[in-house]
Design a protein around this ligand. Sequence first.
Ligand code: ARG
Length: 456
Amino acid sequence: MWGGRFSSAPDAIMEEINASIDFDKAMFRQDIAGSKAHAAMLEAQGILSHEDVAKIVHGLDTILREIETGQFTFSRQLEDIHMNVEARLRELIGDAAGRLHTGRSRNDQVATDFKLWVRDTIDALDAALAGLQKTLAEKALEHAAVFMPGFTHLQSAQPVTFGHHLMAYVEMLGRDRGRFADARKRLNESPLGAAALAGTSFPIDRDMTAKALGFDRPTANSLDSVSDRDFVLEALSAATISAMHLSRFAEELVIWSSAQFRFVHLSDKFTTGSSIMPQKRNPDAAELVRAKIGRIAGAYQALVIVMKGLPLAYSKDMQEDKEQAFDAFNAFSLVIAATSGMVADLEPNEKTLAKAAGSGFATATDLADWLVRVLDLPFRDAHHVTGRIVALAEELNCDLHRVPLADMQAIEPKITKDVLGVLSVRKSVMSRVSYGGTAPANVRKQAKRWIRALER
Ligand code: ARG
């Protein structure tokens, strides 16, 4: 492509470190779409003839088909997707191919391609996340009244419902999708026509190419256009946060499915056996969902370090933006799919969950609240009295509602047998009707609201 200035071919190692075609070929659709938009604009502006552009567009369509059907030969000597396509175009249509790069550079070309790729990826991820939200909300609706222990510090805290727990993740994923949507809005300006770094003297129409490629407008500063990789970083950061959420859920699935907990049953489809221990059913999918965030957060970290300290405008460093990002988004999409599969088949073990819900004096707060509500004790005093009753229950090795009334009265004389009414798990859960609370009626309402919104 630039043989004019060179007398020897690149060293083999140069090719090895320089070529990006092995991974950037993933952007072939975006590259061809960008070139077609650019060519149509060059014709509309009278910069290229109708005949040349007709040949270019026809040639690009042929290349698209060749790549889609696996008939295209990629060459590392041609470095990247941009030059692979252009070289093939020359083979197909001859000299007209050489006019396509008028008023454009690979710097604005790659920024455009990658933005289009990230945008397509955000759209696909958003749809997948919405699907997962719906699967979770439907499961939550189904199990809105299944009691389970709620934890803080992984210690029994207060009983909640299984549906409520799942709906917590629906909320998280809602925020995650909001982050992707924000990133998409900021991303959606077209760098095409910024050329190498300074713009061009050709009378190009950047509004036209921006519109053709679905961008809201062209970018306003040519230097910024070719050196901005914020859009990848933002999408990676949204993916990192979301993968972190799913990693937390995966960890819960690992714990819940263990023989010691038996809170849930994971389907055979998402578990594996052991080659030596016949009894094993390992939650591999959940473990990998827990782990994949490593490479996703790693990709963010890698790129932000690549970009740090880079002077304007383009530097070849920036070619390091794609490989790990591709890998990270692929991994994230797999994480969503695997989580969706596990949730769809997830079976809560109602009996075990209900039993666990009452253990660890989980209704102690209800007792304290009763002392406040009925006996008019200040909450701090009620907390103290309850603490002593809990200590007694621990000593007697029994649940709270089994502590003899007389023993409770020895601690607080005004306590009556009515207190037993609030010490059950059911009563505790049913009473949590405050907005956002765990009562089954609340959970059903929230789940239905989400399902309706997601169906829209
Ligand atoms: N393969 C390059 C990349 O991914 C394309 C841009 C090359 N630009 C250049 N001036 N060498 O960044």
